[in-house]
Design a protein around this ligand. Structure first.
Ligand SMILES: Cc1cc2nc3c(=O)[nH]c(=O)nc-3n(C[C@H](O)[C@H](O)[C@H](O)COP(=O)(O)OP(=O)(O)OC[C@H]3O[C@@H](n4cnc5c(N)ncnc54)[C@H](O)[C@@H]3O)c2cc1C
Length: 436
């Protein structure tokens, strides 16, 4: 049991930073040394790098998340959202899902609020586009793509059919490329189960503003990935932007126009808007300014890492917003917090990127790892093994392995459970049709 005078550590955000910092603090601190509380809107942590597999159905959504109450042994979980921070007064205001806001006192606060999709003011985007950061979005996209195949199979209207089978993705970073590649692979395989929808009927379009895709992998590999996508018939429009998406009519800067029911927006992220409203210093991109020990500049007792922080790298720049950096910075942050409590010296955060492992669909991938360039089956397999090793708890590891093994001998699941998104529909219809 923590003693009533033990320092109170409040971790905000149950993602990579929140979970891995809490796990480390639990391991390093005796129960009487600190009182740990984690605030998270959900009672699970999302393993975002596994979302492409959730979208393509090779992984159950529940297996791509880590249940916080089970992963953490003595950190108190408060489900809700941080609303405001009075750091000089060491007071956080948290809004639970229901009921009035709560005030939580703390001595140290760890900020790991992550990022949100950066939406540009392009007509139609805010109304039509779907992002790809959450489990909800990944599940929705899977159901949506399968539902579009059903629409195309059922309709005799050629225009509606073409719209249904046209999928536009904006953003050629690894999230955009992985999501598109996995979904395209899934949809092509699912065509086996349809009589009127054939793979050549599907039109997949990737729109990228720069002159290449996958900017964070070696140029040779990125070029290979581009060739792979194009060889599958995916149209990749480089040095092109989306100008408008009104009424499902996608107008590109090159003058190309297509009608599509699907627009996936993955053209960048930004820190959560709240990050800039906490009264703590932020840089021009809205990220919290931290030193190399991961303390928020000029705000003793405030710590931050991950996508919501500008973590300095030794080269004078900042570490990129990736899971591998967030996870390792979280551990360093926790170690430095422990050192602070024990009056020991702090150490700067340093991490050499392990490289990138990118899935291009089932059994296909590219990887650049410390000068090594891999393409094809091996990087795809390495990526899967890497995440099995990384995901916390044996329970999760086993569930992921079982999902993947079960997927090998069997054909793809083609059930579209989009109706889950509207559970009140049956009772509404019953009430309408029976006058209830
Ligand atoms: C589809 C996808 C694929 C990716 N693939 C890779 C990959 O292959 N390799 C890689 O290295 N990186 C990858 N990333 C990036 C990686 O997932 C992020 O860099 C990482 O999650 C950042 O960790 P974080 O803790 O900063 O934020 P997150 O893990 O996003 O956690 C932020 C947490 O804060 C919570 N939160 C938000 N607002 C509030 C609030 N007001 N109050 C309380 N809590 C709040 C959120 O709910 C969330 O739980 C991928 C990202 C995506 C979206």
């Amino acid at each position: 049991m923590p003693s009533s005078t033990a320092p109170r550590i409040l971790l905000v955000g149950g993602g990579y930073v929140g979970l891995y910092a809490a796990l480390r603090l639990e391991r390093r601190l005796r129960p009487d040394e600190a009182d740990l509380t984690l605030v998270s809107p959900e009672n699970f942590m999302v393993y975002q790098p596994l979302l492409p597999e959730v979208a393509s159905g090779t992984l159950e959504p529940r297996h791509a998340v880590v249940p916080l109450r089970q992963a953490l042994r003595r950190t108190r979980l408060v489900t809700g959202r941080l609303e405001a921070l009075d750091h000089p007064g060491r007071l956080a205001t948290v809004a639970p899902h229901d009921g009035p806001a709560r005030e939580l006192r703390y001595d140290h606060v760890v900020l790991g609020l992550g990022s949100m999709t950066r939406v540009l003011p392009i007509p139609g985007v805010a109304e039509r586009a779907v992002g790809f950061q959450t489990v909800t979005e990944a599940i929705h996209l899977r159901n949506h793509v399968l539902a579009r195949l059903e629409v195309a199979e059922a309709t005799d209207d050629e225009r509606a059919r073409r719209r249904a089978l046209t999928f536009v993705f904006v953003g050629g970073g690894y999230t955009g490329v992985e999501a598109l590649a996995e979904l395209e692979d899934m949809a092509r395989a699912c065509c086996d189960a349809f009589t009127r929808v054939r793979p050549p009927d599907l039109r997949w379009i990737l729109v990228e503003a720069t002159d290449g895709i996958l900017p964070t992998v070696e140029p040779g590999l990125a070029a290979h990935a581009l060739r792979t996508l194009r060889s599958r018939g995916i149209e990749v429009h480089l040095e092109t932007t989306l100008e408008s998406a009104e009424d499902g009519r996608m107008r590109l800067s090159t003058g190309v126009e297509v009608e599509a029911d699907t627009l996936v927006w993955m053209a960048g992220i930004r820190p959560q808007a709240l990050t800039g409203e906490l009264g703590l210093p932020v840089d021009d991109s809205g990220r919290l300014v931290v030193d190399s020990e991961l303390r928020v500049a000029g705000a003793g007792g405030a710590w931050a890492a991950g996508d919501n922080a500008a973590v300095p790298d030794p080269g004078g720049g900042h570490y990129p917003p990736t899971a591998q950096h967030a996870q390792r910075a979280a551990r360093r942050l926790a170690d430095n917090l422990v050192a602070t409590l024990r009056d020991e010296p702090l150490r700067p955060f340093r991490h050499d990127s392990l490289g990138e492992l990118v899935t291009l669909g089932r059994y296909k991938g590219v990887a650049s790892m410390r000068g090594l360039e891999l393409r094809g089956f091996l990087p795809w397999l390495l990526r899967r093994l890497y995440y099995v090793v990384q995901v916390p708890t044996v329970n999760r590891k086993l569930r992921i392995v079982v999902d993947w093994l079960v997927g090998i001998p069997f054909r793809r699941e083609i059930v579209s459970l989009g109706s889950l998104e509207d559970p009140r529909l049956p009772i509404d219809r019953a009430a309408r049709e029976t006058g209830g």
